[in-house]
Write a protein that binds this ligand. Structure first.
Ligand code: NAD
Length: 309
């Protein structure tokens, strides 16, 4: 009870993504203004996925905001894998293209792993090719998968201590869970102790209840409820799910995470809002990755010029 005789109820503080995203965007804008050329992102939309198209439109807006050129190349569902591999190869060899991104999902007739591996590592904006993923094992996060890096940056920026803490990650995906697991282990003896849960994990609650820091990226609305969260845990909700809600008698689309925000914020010490949390940082980090690729290209070009001189 507090001095007023009311029951103490805890409300988590918010890990807001907007200020961190704004800082990253500002930094990227300056770095790009100092470049001798305009970097260009080419996104490939294979098939007719509406969500992927909207994501591409938002990429375009974000790129334009910091001085990055953007091109969307669209292909029909019927395109063959061989043709898409050729297109990627052409982009690999096109000097005007700084980065290549494949919008997911691709049609089931196409192996997305093959496409990803076709991207030249020096044009891999998402850091998902084997050579760039491999760098994570050496503590080099300069081109890390954006969502995983966004979680690290968020925790560090809000001074959330992880040394000696248990981090439970609900995801083993290649864009979130696995890179995050590897990254969290790169802080020598100050690394936390991470556990990776997934759809095959039995008794998820037994793991989540032990988490000092709980990271969820399952793509399942309401997966994490209050009873699954340890008191005062830090909860990072990476999930982005579109749901329909009825507001004033009208059906509206709304974005929600994987965590039951209203109940979990009563037990957590910190929580990321959705929208407004990790997604904003992830988007800004994609721009930073393009800027990084552009700077690396410039270094390579300068070295080649010196060699020729
Ligand atoms: P994915 O389908 O590749 O991976 C989902 C992971 O969650 C898998 O490892 C799966 O085993 C696990 N999982 C699913 N249901 C589970 C359950 N009931 N119990 C335990 N584990 C379960 O998806 P993804 O591409 O990694 O994306 C996951 C979510 O994160 C989506 O909502 C996506 O929109 C979101 N996302 C957000 C950002 C961001 O910046 N905020 C970035 C990438 C993805």
């Amino acid at each position: 009870m507090n001095p007023c005789g009311e029951k103490n109820s805890m409300v988590a503080k918010f890990l807001e993504g907007a200020p961190l995203a704004a800082q990253i965007r500002e930094r990227v804008k300056k770095d790009i203004a100092n470049l001798s050329f305009s970097p260009k992102l080419v996104s490939l939309l294979i098939g007719s996925n509406e969500d992927a198209y909207y994501y591409a439109m938002s990429q375009q807006k974000n790129c334009q905001g910091v001085g990055i050129d953007f091109e969307l190349r669209q292909f029909p569902d019927s395109i063959r894998e061989k043709e898409t591999l050729q297109i990627i190869e052409e982009l690999n060899n096109d000097d005007s293209v700084t980065g290549i991104l494949i919008l997911m999902p691709v049609p089931p007739t196409i192996d997305s792993d093959k496409l990803m591996q076709q991207i030249a590592p020096e044009k891999d904006v998402e850091g998902l090719t084997p050579p760039n993923m491999g760098k994570l094992f050496f503590g080099d996060f300069s081109l890390a998968p954006c969502a995983a890096k966004a979680i690290i940056i968020c925790l560090e920026s809000y001074n959330i201590p992880w040394e000696k803490k248990r981090v439970v990650i609900v995801s083993r995906s290649r864009i979130v869970g696995q890179p995050l697991l590897i990254m969290l282990l790169q802080f020598a003896d100050n690394s936390p102790t991470p556990t990776c849960c997934h759809i095959g994990t039995s008794q998820l609650i037994e793991h989540t209840l032990k988490a000092d820091i709980l990271v969820v990226a399952a793509g399942q609305v309401g997966l994490i409820t209050k009873d699954m969260v340890k008191k005062e845990a830090v909860v990072v909700d990476v999930g982005i799910n579109m749901v329909e809600v009825i507001e004033n008698g009208k059906i509206e689309n709304r974005i929600v995470g994987d965590v039951d925000f209203l109940s979990v914020k009563e037990v957590a010490s910190w929580i990321t809002p959705v929208p407004g949390g990790i997604g904003l940082i992830t988007t800004a980090l994609l721009l930073e990755n393009i800027s990084f690729l552009a700077q690396e290209k410039l270094k390579r070009d300068n070295n080649n010029t010196k060699k020729r001189a």
